[in-house]
Unconditional design. Structure first.
Length: 154
């Protein structure tokens, strides 16, 4: 399938992230879920302040978080690509979570990208059965990448 992964990296974090790795995990998640293509999504790496603001504005939660997904679904009439939506990840939170879990930042970012893509594709973890299905999909995606996981969501 043809997937376009757009990246928006806060300049302060440009040296801390591997853009190719981010695209790789997003594609792996889309492929694992057999997302119809052509499709596109945007992945943004931001700071805690940005995630705090988005979390408050869109979810009514007055605190920063690690990852937020904003599903879309519209089709671009010029390209014919379905726009799946936006994923925003806080690099400082990812860094803290990686330290607490004693694994590399790259592993945490891979988990958060996979998690965000699954949300764009309709997964949720509000109920135990949904959570088990989503965590299983995450584990499969990360195992396919052979990244030293699978990690479990906390």
């Amino acid at each position: 399938m043809q997937y376009q992964i757009n990246l928006k990296i806060h300049p302060r974090f440009a040296q801390a992230v591997d853009c190719a790795a981010l695209r790789r995990v997003a594609r792996a998640a889309l492929e694992q879920q057999r997302a119809p293509g052509p499709a596109a999504l945007t992945l943004a790496i931001a700071d805690d302040r940005a995630l705090h603001q988005l979390n408050r504005e869109f979810l009514g939660q007055d605190h920063p978080t690690d990852v937020l997904s904003f599903p879309e679904g519209d089709t671009d009439p010029d390209t014919g690509r379905r726009y799946l939506g936006d994923i925003v990840i806080s690099l400082p939170t990812a860094r803290r979570q990686a330290r607490a879990a004693r694994h590399a930042l790259e592993a945490e970012l891979q988990l958060l990208v996979a998690h965000g893509v699954l949300h764009l594709l309709g997964h949720d973890h509000a109920r135990p059965r949904e959570k088990a299905r989503m965590w299983k999909a995450q584990d499969e995606i990360l195992a396919k990448l052979q990244s030293g996981h699978p990690l479990k969501r906390r």
